[in-house]
Design a protein around this ligand. Structure first.
Ligand code: GLC
Length: 456
């Protein structure tokens, strides 16, 4: 929300994301949750979809569009003050001849991602799908002439990957996006327009996305923060989405606590409850949670951004997200030819290989009984608690006890027994030394309830 105050410049955005590691080191992330939305309000299809989402744990975010041509991130139109006419001309050259949905889905699968969220339309207002609502779309406007989202949807279906469409509510191109918000002032558009006409256009496009691509995971909305005080007709749009696909989830990136009708609370570049980015709310609601994260510091392809996080760091983010009961939506910004940078491909493969061994402590778990610590997190499935030791130099790690007694402790990778002692106050684990390529020592605790339920 404070994005504008924090500056939209490239350097401002880089500076913000550079703070991110601090977020993940934060000692404790608030774990209180607002009163749960009454389950009776949520139809069974959607409840099941939310449950699926909470189990999924890893998604692949894809930022891809006309901006990819310029290699300066997806905000290039705004940051460089490119007028609509010039950008339209640029859009007419978009021709991703190497795009192959099979490769993208294979990559997501190999990474262990269970869903893909792709930009159907970003703030530049260009539709990356066939649309009857505007000719300014990838099929009608470019030499490519194909609908990449259709190909992706089909491939996802074949491979059991759920597909979510990112859809920007903010638009730097549409004439009716008026009165203007905080951005989009250098685009040369006339100073008039019809707000409700714009919202009708948006609803029409959302309907297309919900009726032409088979069952989708949901719609990831972004950009409301551009006009925080406008009437976005949210109820109408949310009803449209849920009516058209009752199991589709609404994931709004508005940086506010959840509003009625929403299904997931997503946090941009922060773990739930942390706000190093400067625009996230610290209030955690009762909905499933997600953290979106750049692999370097940019969402859209950025030719000079080589600040890729290491695989070890990325696994740390995934583990910390799971410990905070959240999914990680990890981003790649493919190039305009449709290929994905090798740095990203390598990291995704390595994450996938790690998950082959350690996925049992991630997928289908919930945040564990002990809230986030500097050394790591806990996750839990039934009576099994996973202690994820990300950063702890000493041989003994002491944890406070919770409402369960530990029966056994083993190392997930090797199955070796971990010596432990427990009292009413604490549980001490004797850890093996961490190997050089071991981002996370995972200790599996089999527990029995001590007095009733666990504390969390
Ligand atoms: C922000 C940015 C946008 C990006 C999104 C991803 O809202 O404005 O460019 O797509 O974050 O989380």
């Amino acid at each position: 929300m404070q994005r504008f105050l924090n500056g939209n410049s490239r350097s401002g955005r880089l500076a913000r994301s550079a703070l991110l590691p601090l977020a993940l080191l934060a000692l404790s992330v608030p774990t209180h949750r607002m009163a749960a939305q009454r389950p009776a309000d949520v139809p069974p299809e959607r409840s099941a979809a939310r449950q699926w989402f909470r189990d999924a744990k890893l998604g692949l975010f894809i930022h891809w569009g006309v901006y990819s041509l310029l290699g300066q991130g997806e905000w290039v139109m705004e940051n460089r003050g490119i007028p609509v006419g010039r950008y339209e001309w640029l859009a007419s050259t978009f021709n991703p001849v190497k795009y192959d949905a099979r490769e993208w889905v294979a990559l997501a699968k190999a990474a262990g991602a269970r869903y893909i969220t792709i930009t159907a339309r970003h703030h530049d207002g260009f539709s990356m799908f066939a649309s009857d609502a505007t000719r300014y779309n990838v099929v009608d406007w470019t030499p490519f002439g194909r609908d990449p989202l259709r190909e992706l949807a089909e491939e996802c279906r074949r491979n059991g990957i759920k597909l979510f469409f990112y859809y920007s509510q903010l638009d730097w191109h549409h004439a009716d996006y008026w009165p203007r918000g905080r951005t989009g002032h250098a685009t040369g558009r006339a100073e008039h327009g019809g707000w409700n006409r714009y919202l009708d256009f948006m609803d029409r496009q959302l309907e297309e996305l919900l009726t032409r691509y088979g069952p989708i995971g949901g719609i990831w909305l972004d950009g409301m923060w551009d006009k925080p005080d406008a009437d976005w007709r949210l109820t109408r749009t949310y009803d449209l989405i849920h009516r058209t696909q009752p199991a589709a989830l609404i994931v709004p990136n508005h940086h506010l606590p959840p509003l009625p009708g929403e299904d997931v609370q997503t946090f941009e570049q922060d773990l739930p409850g942390a706000n190093t980015a400067g625009f996230n709310t610290t209030e955690i609601g009762a909905l499933p949670l997600e953290t979106s994260l750049t692999m370097n510091r940019s969402w859209g392809f950025n030719i000079t951004d080589t600040a890729f996080k290491s695989t070890r760091e990325l696994i740390g983010y995934l583990v910390r997200a799971a410990g905070n009961d959240a999914n990680l939506l990890l981003n790649v910004g493919p190039r305009s030819d449709g290929t994905i940078q090798p740095e990203a491909v390598t990291r995704l493969g390595e994450i996938g290989r790690w998950l082959e061994t350690f996925g049992a402590s991630i997928y289908g778990t919930r945040g564990g009984p002990i809230a986030s610590r500097t050394w790591g997190v806990t996750t839990q499935r039934g009576d099994t608690v996973f202690v994820h030791v990300l950063d702890w130099p000493d041989p003994v790690l002491s944890l406070p006890t919770w409402g369960a007694r530990v029966r056994s402790a083993t190392l997930l990778a090797a199955g070796a027994t971990i010596p432990f002692t427990q009292t009413d106050m604490n549980l001490s684990l004797t850890l093996p030394a961490a190997g050089p390529d071991e981002p996370d020592r995972v200790i599996v605790l089999q527990t029995v309830p001590r007095r009733g339920q666990s504390e969390r």
